[in-house]
Design a protein around this ligand. Structure first.
Ligand code: MIC
Ligand code: SF4
Length: 644
């Protein structure tokens, strides 16, 4: 078990109850929360349902960054609801235009040694300043705002020891892509990744944040850097030096596992379609023509990243076959580029300057043409996430983006033949928090604005005595929450569950065949319970609890898979769906969509560590297992956490 690590120190400081041993559940105190609009509307509706007057945290903030297109009234209705509910409940409100939640949080609120729970899977970005920052479903974040602890698996700590320094044109993105190559997106549930070693002294906070951000793709609980002089310099430059504390692992700290990475050996890499762990070096891809380059998202849109791009593109023109789009991560970044002239250089080169926000990363515009290659400095390239069916989306560093922008094809940036822009750490960022609204001291008189597209969280009844089930869908390995609950053009439906439920598993609907929603309704109308069957790493990716709420709304009672990812499993529990695992993975083959599946006496079969026996259509029985604690079981039995 890990000893003397940064992770362990922060957990000790925030520990409330539970057994401190790997795979055991502990409860920890949450200091700060963040939400973004796409998950936030539901989280605040849930907070209202919980019924507290004012949040109990040290700081809670609501960002608007995802739903910004305003095609139709839904987005703006959400913004108004969020702004008013924030004022009513004592929550800061970061207005649309202020930036992507993770980038702004790192800049203005992240603090070493504190805990942060965010309703977005990339919340670990703030691990770049030595914070234990964890992504969770909206309901878990609502509970934390209500002053309740967060339940997590006591982590196994994987230490990544960094030595050396990046070569020119190699950067933090290439490091996290290498980590993804080593650890993959599977099998890391319950792990916290902690970086240490002499290489840290060459990594600035924005670079560290790129690494902790994309660490989300590993499926770990979070990733964290120590808080050292680099952290102090960053916080001083954000005029927040007062929140700096030193936080380092003990010299003799023990990790559950150590991975050594020599930064000098790293080369430019890309995550190829359609998984962040499908890694190749740029050399292997060299010469392949590309059509689009997008620079931005919470992974690579810092001042440092965009300055490198602006400096390298100064005086050049974007290749004639390429469209370059740039979305700065925050208003701070954009304002600084505007003031120092770098924005002018980008515009002159032909870059299309996009709105500050998530934008194309979550399929809001900029879909590539059919069969073309799109290069993105983002963190996810799940199939279809760009909005184009059959998309070929590659995840790369800003440096590799520059090279392809100039040449029109995959090009190793080290061979561009132009000097590497050395961007110094900023001594003082431009501080302007005018787009953050402070809540009034007493918000009880604030009227919460609820326009007609804002629904309520759906209700669920207690778990039945017996699952008289039918398998509505059987899916394969690595099913992401983007498969389950598509974003893109449907993102605006996040606060309207009946409408959003229509597109559950839309990517698997065959032309002319009934949708998942229709099939689930048929099962429900026949008085049966819906079952979803999946393979390995079911529910990986985003924290969107809609991937649980909408199936629940459609009558799904049980998900059975080979493995279910952490945040999604927690969301299923929160909404009263039983997450079960095959005791013998080979049994997956015995089940097909459309078959019946019974689990008799399920309420009594569920106890911590118990096996659950299920009867298949041919009368044979299979064993299922689970990792539920007694608290989880209690939540499921009453039909979800809101019922408690
Ligand atoms: C994402 O990157 O997929 C999102 C959109 O930010 C999600 C949250 C969501 O679905 O709203 C995430 O990563 O948690
Ligand atoms: Fe926004 Fe993309 Fe980051 Fe998700 S991954 S928070 S959509 S920028």
């Amino acid at each position: 078990m890990a000893e003397g690590t940064v992770t362990q120190k922060i957990i000790d400081e925030h520990y409330i109850s539970g057994i401190k041993a790997p795979n055991e559940q502990i409860a920890v105190k949450i200091d700060q929360t963040l939400t973004q609009d796409a998950t936030g509307t539901m989280a605040y509706l849930e907070l209202e349902a919980i019924g507290i007057d004012k949040v109990q945290t040290e700081l809670s903030i609501s960002y608007v960054d995802h739903n910004m297109m305003q095609n139709g009234p839904e987005n703006r209705n959400d913004h108004l609801y969020l702004q008013s509910v924030a004022a009513a409940k004592g929550i800061l409100f970061s207005r649309p235009g202020n930036g992507i939640c993770h980038q702004v949080h790192l800049e203005r609120y992240g603090a070493p040694g504190k805990t942060l729970l965010g309703s977005d899977s990339h919340t670990p970005t703030s691990g770049g300043v030595g914070m234990m920052a964890i992504g969770a479903g909206g309901l878990d974040v609502a509970m934390a705002m209500a002053g309740k602890p967060f339940y997590m698996i006591y982590p196994k700590v994987v230490g990544i020891k960094l030595t050396g320094q990046f070569a020119s044109w190699v950067s933090a993105k290439d490091l996290i892509l290498r980590v993804l190559e080593i650890m993959t997106t599977k099998g890391n549930v319950g792990v916290i990744v902690e970086y240490f070693g002499p290489g840290l002294e060459h990594l600035s906070v924005p670079e560290r944040a790129t690494i902790t951000n994309m660490g989300a793709e590993l499926g770990v609980t979070t990733s964290i850097f120590p808080s050292d002089n680099k952290t102090k310099a960053f916080l001083d430059a954000q005029n927040r030096g007062e929140c700096w504390v030193e936080l380092k692992a003990e010299p003799d700290a023990e990790y559950d596992e150590v991975i050594d990475i020599d930064l000098r050996q790293l080369v430019p890499r890309a995550a190829c379609p359609s998984s962040p762990d499908n890694i190749k070096t740029i050399k292997e891809l060299e010469g392949t023509p590309i059509e689009q380059v997008l620079i931005g998202s919470c992974t690579n849109s810092s001042y440092r990243d965009l300055m490198i791009v602006a400096t390298a593109l100064k005086g050049k023109v974007v290749h004639e076959n390429v469209s370059l789009g740039i979305s700065p991560g925050s208003k701070q970044v954009l304002e600084m580029l505007a003031q120092n002239g770098a924005l002018g250089d980008l515009i002159a080169s032909g870059a299309r300057i996009l709105e500050v926000g998530c934008g194309a990363c979550i399929g809001q515009g900029q879909s590539p043409s059919n069969e073309s290659i799109t290069l993105r400095t983002f963190n996810r390239n799940f199939a279809g996430r760009t909005g184009t069916k059959g998309d070929k989306s590659y995840l790369i560093s800003p440096e590799t983006a520059i090279a392809a922008t100039i040449t029109g094809c995959f090009t190793d940036p080290r061979e561009l033949g132009i000097p590497y822009p050395e961007i110094e750490d900023v001594p003082m960022f431009l501080i302007n928090d005018s787009m953050v609204i402070d809540p009034p001291e007493d918000g009880t008189a604030v009227e919460i604005i609820r326009k007609p597209t804002i629904g309520n969280p759906p209700e669920n009844g207690p778990l039945p005595e017996k699952i008289d089930g039918e398998v509505v869908i059987k899916v394969g390995d690595k099913i992401t929450t983007d498969h389950i609950m598509p974003a893109g053009i449907h993102l605006k439906l996040r606060s309207n569950i009946p409408a959003y439920s229509e597109v559950v598993f839309e990517c698997f609907t065959e032309p002319g065949k009934p949708s998942f929603a229709k099939r689930a309704a048929t099962v429900r109308d026949a008085g049966k319970h819906g079952v979803i069957v999946g393979g390995d790493s079911y529910g990986q990716g985003s924290s969107r609890e809609h991937a649980a709420i909408c199936p629940m709304y459609l009558g799904i009672k049980v998900v059975i898979a080979t493995a279910i990812e952490r945040i999604h499993a927690a969301n299923l529990i929160n909404f009263g769906i039983v997450p079960l695992l095959f005791a013998n993975p080979a049994d997956l083959e015995k089940i097909e969509a459309g078959q019946g599946l019974e689990i008799c006496d399920i309420r009594n079969q569920l106890s911590p560590g118990s096996k659950v026996s299920a009867k298949l259509a041919d009368g044979s029985e299979i064993d299922l297992k689970h990792t539920l604690s007694q608290d989880d079981i209690d939540i499921i039995l009453v039909g979800g956490r809101l019922n408690i």
